[in-house]
Ligand binder design. Structure first.
Ligand SMILES: Cc1cc2nc3c(=O)[nH]c(=O)nc-3n(C[C@H](O)[C@H](O)[C@H](O)COP(=O)(O)OP(=O)(O)OC[C@H]3O[C@@H](n4cnc5c(N)ncnc54)[C@H](O)[C@@H]3O)c2cc1C
Length: 412
């Protein structure tokens, strides 16, 4: 039997980041993941699944000492173009205009996991179990018991569900969930383009969903996220590579010239999920286990990383004061804090999706006029961008820019 302070279920970006944050506050941590350990990607990962990280996530990874190796395999995009396919609606953002070096970073998801895992391996106060299944989860007054199929029994003071959209922990604890189907499927793939992407992230709103072209480090390679109504997505997935790339080129209005597929196509059904209660007793949820949103603004992982930075900050304060690290008042404070952010993101995604999905001509005209007007208002663009970059709002301390001589956090 193993006694520990915190058990984390799920070794995705959120679970691994939380494990490292807690380990570096001298807490004993066990991480349980049903899949294999992260794949060794080196500096040229496959970019099969990528995420656009914002400044807040960058600062968090700087504090954790994984930013420099991550940046070496990331594309720092300096411009962003958003437009509607069949109207004059268009808006552009640039890093220069915002006085920043980049608007965001396209990073390989598996490389993020690998770098976090490598750091965790250096922490003597962390045990990671991969390829294991949970056979029992029981909550007592003073601890939570987890039994694994490798016959390991773990007792912890706090258990965190970081186990993604179909969270076992959320279901087992019967934490109520609100959800609706976006009726969109996202097709993800890597493409080679004829024209250079010039480190510009592009998103075109088509009649049945957005298509994002995200620049990767090679100057002519992009990752696409093409969200379409489910029937249309099935038709696109059924096309052969040649017909698919022709459809893609037409949909993107050949903004990067003719394109070629250089990876498999992967499909993701999109559902909004929001747990109306994030904690019960000594169990708490973070990231996609608590909320999942449409990927059109590329904010899901950023939101989850902010959750774990907030939770680690509150747990750390309790631990330092010698108080219970699973105190209900503290877990409720975390829940209120992060729910406010998650809710506003869900509302914003819905407004975007419905706003751009509206087809009647007067609405399209209004939308076009609105975007063109915003494009001419630098202060409003600055305000919108500061939110997207994660630089506004009630931020955890560890997602703020580190001071020049700040040491990275070290393990206990
Ligand atoms: C198409 C698409 C594009 C996206 N693009 C972006 C983007 O550009 N920017 C952005 O910020 N976000 C983006 N997102 C969202 C982002 O990918 C997720 O929000 C993020 O990966 C969630 O991380 P997580 O750690 O919470 O969950 P996950 O990454 O899903 O990790 C959960 C882990 O828990 C494990 N697990 C599950 N059940 C169990 C169990 N019973 N026991 C043990 N382990 C378990 C799983 O194996 C998994 O490793 C995108 C999402 C999609 C679908």
């Amino acid at each position: 039997m193993q006694n520990t302070d915190v058990t984390i279920v799920g070794g995705g970006s959120a679970g691994l980041t939380l494990a490292l944050l807690l380990a570096r506050q001298n807490l004993r941590v066990v991480l349980v993941e049903k899949g294999p350990p992260p794949v060794e990607t080196g500096t040229s990962p496959a970019y099969q699944r990528v995420s656009a990280l914002n400044m807040a996530s960058r600062y968090l990874f700087e504090h954790l000492g994984i930013w420099q190796p991550l940046l070496a395999s990331a594309a720092a995009y300096t411009d962003m173009q958003v437009w509607e396919a069949d109207s004059f609606a268009r808006i552009g953002f640039s890093a220069t205009e915002q006085q920043l070096e980049a608007l965001g970073y396209i990073c390989d998801n598996e490389h993020i996991r690998q770098l976090l895992h490598r750091q965790l391996q250096q922490c003597s106060n962390v045990s990671c179990y991969f390829d294991v299944a949970i056979t029992q989860l029981k909550q007592g007054e003073r601890d939570v018991m987890l039994q694994l199929d490798n016959s390991e029994l773990i007792l912890s003071r706090l258990l965190v569900g970081a186990d993604g959209v179909n969270s076992f922990v959320r279901q087992h604890m019967q934490l109520p969930l609100t959800h609706w189907d976006y009726q969109h499927t996202a097709i993800v793939a890597k493409i080679r383009c004829t024209l250079p992407h010039q480190l510009t992230a592009r998103q075109v709103f088509l009649a049945d969903g957005p298509l994002a072209l995200l620049p990767l480090p090679e100057p002519d390679v992009c990752s696409i996220v093409w969200s379409a109504e489910t029937d249309q997505a099935s038709r696109l997935l059924a096309l052969d590579d040649n017909a698919f790339t022709q459809a893609l080129c037409a949909a993107s209005q050949a903004v990067l010239g003719p394109v070629e597929l250089v990876s498999e196509r992967q499909a993701f059904g999109l559902t909004m999920r929001y747990a109306s209660c994030w904690q019960r007793g000594r169990v708490v949820l973070v990231a996609d286990a608590a909320h999942s949103i449409h990927p059109l603004a590329g904010q899901g992982m950023n939101l989850g990383l902010m959750d774990v930075a907030a939770l680690a900050q509150l747990i750390g304060a309790q631990h330092e004061a010698g108080d219970d690290i699973a105190a209900t008042a503290m877990l409720r404070r975390y829940e209120r804090w992060r729910k406010a952010e998650a809710q506003s993101m869900i509302v914003a995604m819905e407004a975007f999706k419905r706003g751009f999905g509206a087809r009647p001509a007067p609405l399209k005209l209004l939308r076009g006029a609105g975007l063109v007007a915003v494009d001419k208002l630098p202060w409003l663009k600055h305000y919108l961008m500061a939110h997207a970059l994660g630089l506004k709002g009630d931020l955890p301390a560890l997602v703020k820019k580190p001071l020049p001589d700040t040491d990275t956090l070290a393990c206990g």
